[in-house]
Design a protein around this ligand. Structure first.
Ligand code: NDP
Length: 394
């Protein structure tokens, strides 16, 4: 994983840069095309991290407690992601307007930036091993490589800085949107206009990230925050995979400045809105229900199964249609993000294909964990709600 995943990110980028969007033949000779980091890019990336750390630290935000940990305690998290996002957009816009930062920098310096972020993820993975072993985490006695890849502790912290919570959103999601904006600027510089497909991709992905920050506290109940140890895998996903790969559609569109017919654009917007409504609706229903079982779900009192462990499983609203309707919404949005790129090349369809694999695997893993945890109650729940992700299909 440590070698293949970064290699894949370079391959996708080289296919864009050297193949014009067509997949190029993979060969060891491609290694010679990996650019080293430059001093300027390393400085810029460091400044970026420092800015995000400073905003995390100084911006006001409600402190919210996360889920109860195995030792019965709860950690507190600052909900200042939305203000960090807005301030970042302001700072970057000012830097571009003042001429300190070229608007198309992500496009021009993508290779050195990718190498720098990969190195940052390696260093962070190493730091997490040291911190975890000092804290005597669950895997402290395992092999160093395993500790590095899978992590040692669930919630490593440096003082008040929760490294996993910070990396999940700030250097990953915000950078993704900045990259999209930079790709739009690059398209403008090359073609003298920003096309509708580019604007749609920008708007859809902006909605996704804004939505994340407006519902930031909901992330505290997700699998990653509650159950996944923080090691290189998650750190690399946050620092590299999200900003450098999730922006692939906008990246592709820089040099593919085609337009869309109005009916096609309207259809794509409708698909994204439907996906968003299912995704947000399902996640909010579960979140509200877990906060209070008397919450109204779809305007009616919630229906649920009470498990022997005491936890309640919602069986109304979206959670009566499929056990992971939230994944269905995510998948519909992913398709809507790639449709504006057209069908000429497979490359900009990488994200929906990857997301299908990720979410199908994730659902199976979650199913196994819930079966182990809730036993017969989970089996009864599966009988009541037989579909995994797509009602009537899967
Ligand atoms: P969920 O938010 O669906 O959480 C699953 C957990 O919820 C289960 O482990 C269980 O935890 C609880 N649960 C399951 N069924 C019920 C029920 N009927 N009633 C109440 N609680 C239930 O999954 P994820 O954390 O995987 O995903 C969160 C969101 O993030 C999703 O919308 C997903 O699409 C998105 N996502 C996006 C990714 C991307 O790269 N685009 C990657 C990963 C996720 P317990 O009972 O133990 O509390």
């Amino acid at each position: 994983m440590v070698l293949l995943l970064p290699a894949l990110t370079y391959y996708l980028w080289l296919s864009l840069r050297d193949g014009g969007g067509a997949l190029i033949a993979p060969s060891p000779a491609l290694l010679a095309r990996i650019p080293p980091p430059t001093l300027g890019v390393v400085g810029l990336y460091l400044a970026w991290l420092v800015l995000q750390l400073a905003l995390y630290r100084v911006l006001p935000g409600r402190q919210v407690d996360g889920a109860t940990l195995a030792d019965g305690t709860r950690l507190s998290y600052p909900m200042n992601g939305w203000s960090a996002f807005c301030v970042t957009l302001g700072v970057v816009s000012l830097a571009v307007a003042a001429g300190w930062l070229p608007a198309s920098i992500a496009y021009e310096q993508f290779g050195p930036l990718l190498t720098t972020a990969n190195i940052a993820a390696l260093l962070l993975g190493g730091l997490l091993v040291v911190l975890g072993r000092r804290a005597g985490g669950a895997e402290a006695s395992g092999s160093v490589l395993r500790s590095f890849v899978a992590g040692v502790t669930l919630n490593p912290r440096l003082g008040r800085l929760d490294l996993k919570f910070f990396c999940e959103s700030r250097p990953g999601l915000i950078l993704w949107i900045l990259f999209d904006g930079s790709f739009a600027a690059a398209q403008w510089e090359r073609h003298g206009r920003v096309t509708w497909p580019m604007l749609l991709v920008l708007a859809f992905q902006l909605l996704y990230v804004v939505d994340y920050f407006l519902h930031e506290r909901a992330v505290l109940s997700t699998w990653d925050i509650r159950h996944e140890r923080f090691g290189w895998t998650l750190a690399w996903g946050d620092l590299v995979w999200v900003p450098f790969v999730y922006s692939l559609q906008a990246h592709y569109l820089v040099d593919h400045a085609h337009e869309l017919s109005s009916p096609s654009a309207a259809g794509i917007v409708t698909l994204d809105c439907v996906g968003y409504a299912i995704f947000r609706g399902a996640n909010l229903q579960k979140h509200r229900f877990r906060e209070s079982s008397t919450a109204l779900i779809g305007g009616r009192p919630a229906e649920f199964i009470r498990t022997a462990q005491g936890a309640l499983l919602l069986t109304s609203g979206w959670w009566s249609r499929a056990r992971h309707a939230n994944y269905l919404g995510d998948l519909l949005m992913a398709i809507a993000w790639s449709l504006p790129t057209g069908f000429r090349h497979a490359l900009p369809w990488f994200y929906p294909v990857f997301l299908v694999a990720l979410l199908v695997h994730r659902e199976r893993r979650d199913h196994a964990a819930c079966l182990a945890k809730y036993g017969a109650d989970w089996t009864a729940y599966c009988r009541k709600v037989p579909w995994r992700i797509v009602p009537g299909v899967y």
